[in-house]
Design a binder for this molecule. Structure first.
Ligand code: NDP
Ligand code: OAA
Length: 437
């Protein structure tokens, strides 16, 4: 049954606390909740709304149809007299966000709800995933802030800690939640702990998400987490999985703009190759400044080879040293950019970077890993790899190093992707997040 989008002044929002979240410390893997119950809730809202329209008065029903699982304004419906206006609106897009009580989400959720990401005529349902009973209260706080923001496009907010419930039918999954690398924690431990999260979430997406769900992995180490996720979701096209390297692209653009004394919007064709780590390769060979090859504008080859590359690779770490925590607002902005690049056509001649599955890549990069490469999109959520790029010896040597690093990470998580044992893990010293130094 379709959900009728109401007008901006009358929002029958739903706020579901997934029932499982109220029970004490539930097992994370649980049978998916039946769709019937959700449909029943939607139906009851629609029935109430129709009645309100007929009687030409605000319905303002609290605890719709005896529901006990809604919260504040999300339980309340108002009249739908401006129903006509909403006929032009699109079908609600359903977006899951994990780590929804974390710092990045703190910025991102409000951009999503405001229409900045999917557009001003695109209603949205947000499904917020936390990791434990403890974080559930924080998610309630997040939902309260969303509620107080009165976003006309925000149609539904659900919170829960079971990915099999939260991911039900989602069309986008923004996987941000991950454990930070604690003091004394080995890289292999981080890969294992976070890898387990992404294996479980991959399985859940496979079981209950839309068959064409687009997945953006942000939680680190994001390339390998994305690989784990896609390997655990065999029924979803591998091409639909991305690891976020857009923050690195934005950082690289900023550095070129500073050096060339131009505004950022003059920088185009910026590729980040490889891993979201200190082996990533920001590509000044193909980048353009005001339409010209970057090397024609910036003649300082030593700067390009040494300083530019190192600055971008280590930008995250420098920021952590100064701020005392990893980038959150700029990461949220880069997530917005990454999604917008997939739902809007790429400007003619330009491209964007994303960590994507390497099978069938035209560059000779090892298959079966997630590697940042240049992409173009028609705006349909899909992308194609760009073929007209030059890879010189400088780039290739570094691309191979990042590739070797990702292959080593992959060996560490063999047990999570059905390919071997954990003991094979031998990560190199180079394997560091941008935030580690
Ligand atoms: N790719 C990139 O460019 C960047 C990636 N990152 C990475 O993004 C991740 C998040 O960063 P940030 O928001 O600052 O971190 P925070 O520590 O602020 O938030 C992380 C959130 O994840 C939650 N979480 C942990 N495990 C799970 C799980 N299994 N399912 C759902 N939620 C979970 C935590 O909640 P709880 O209280 O429940 O544990 C917490 O709210 C980190 O891995 C970071 O390294 C950061 C910057 C850039
Ligand atoms: O290491 C981190 O969590 C931060 C990070 O990825 C970045 O700033 O690029």
């Amino acid at each position: 049954m379709a959900f009728m989008a109401p007008s901006s002044s009358s929002r029958p929002l739903q706020f579901h606390e997934h029932a499982s979240a109220r029970r004490a410390a539930p097992a994370l893997l649980r049978r998916p909740r039946s769709r019937w119950r959700r449909n029943q809730l939607v139906c009851s809202l629609e029935a109430t709304n129709r009645q309100a329209v007929q009687e030409e008065r605000p319905a303002a029903v609290n605890g719709v149809a005896g529901r006990t699982d809604c919260y504040g304004v999300f339980c309340t419906t108002y009249d739908l007299r401006a129903d006509e206006e909403t006929k032009a609106w699109k079908k609600v897009v359903s977006v899951a966000v994990s780590g929804a009580a974390g710092m990045i989400s703190n910025h991102l959720l409000f951009k999503l709800a405001s229409g900045q990401v999917f557009g001003p005529d695109q209603p949205i349902a947000l499904k917020l995933l936390g990791s434990s009973q403890r974080s559930f209260q924080k998610l309630e706080g997040v939902a309260m802030e969303l509620e107080d923001s009165l976003y006309p496009l925000l149609r539904e907010v659900s919170i829960g800690i079971d990915p099999y419930e939260v991911f039900q039918d989602v069309e986008w999954a923004l996987l941000i939640g991950a454990k930070p690398q604690g003091p004394g924690m080995e890289r292999a431990d981080l890969l294992n702990i976070n890898g387990q999260i992404f294996a479980q979430q991959g399985k859940a997406l496979n079981a209950v998400a839309s068959r064409n769900v687009k997945v953006l992995v942000v939680g680190n180490p994001c390339n390998t987490n994305a690989l784990i996720c896609l390997k655990n979701a065999p029924e979803i096209p591998s091409k639909n999985f991305h690891a976020l390297t857009r923050l690195d692209e934005n950082r690289a653009k900023c550095q070129l703009a500073l050096k060339a004394s131009v505004f950022y919007d003059k920088i185009s064709n910026m590729t980040i190759w490889g891993n979201h780590s200190t082996t990533q390769v920001p590509d000044f060979v193909n980048a353009r400044i005001d339409g010209k090859p970057a090397r024609q504008v910036i003649r300082d080859t030593k700067w390009l080879h040494e300083e530019f590359t190192k600055t971008v690779q280590k930008r995250g770490g420098e920021l952590i040293q100064k701020r005392g925590r990893s980038s959150a607002p700029s990461t949220a902005v880069s997530i917005v950019d990454a999604i917008r690049s997939l739902v809007n056509p790429t400007p003619e001649g330009d491209w964007f970077s994303s960590g994507v599955y390497t099978n069938g890549n035209p560059y000779g990069i090892a298959e079966d890993i997630v590697f940042s490469m240049p992409c173009r999109s028609k705006g349909d959520g899909d992308y194609e790899l760009v073929t007209d790029v030059t890879i010189d010896d400088f780039l290739w040597e570094r691309i191979k190093k990042s590739e070797a690093e990702l292959l080593a990470e992959k060996r560490c998580v063999g047990h999570l992707i059905g390919e071997g044992e954990e003991e094979l893990c031998e990560v190199t010293e180079d394997t560091m997040l941008p935030g580690e130094q």
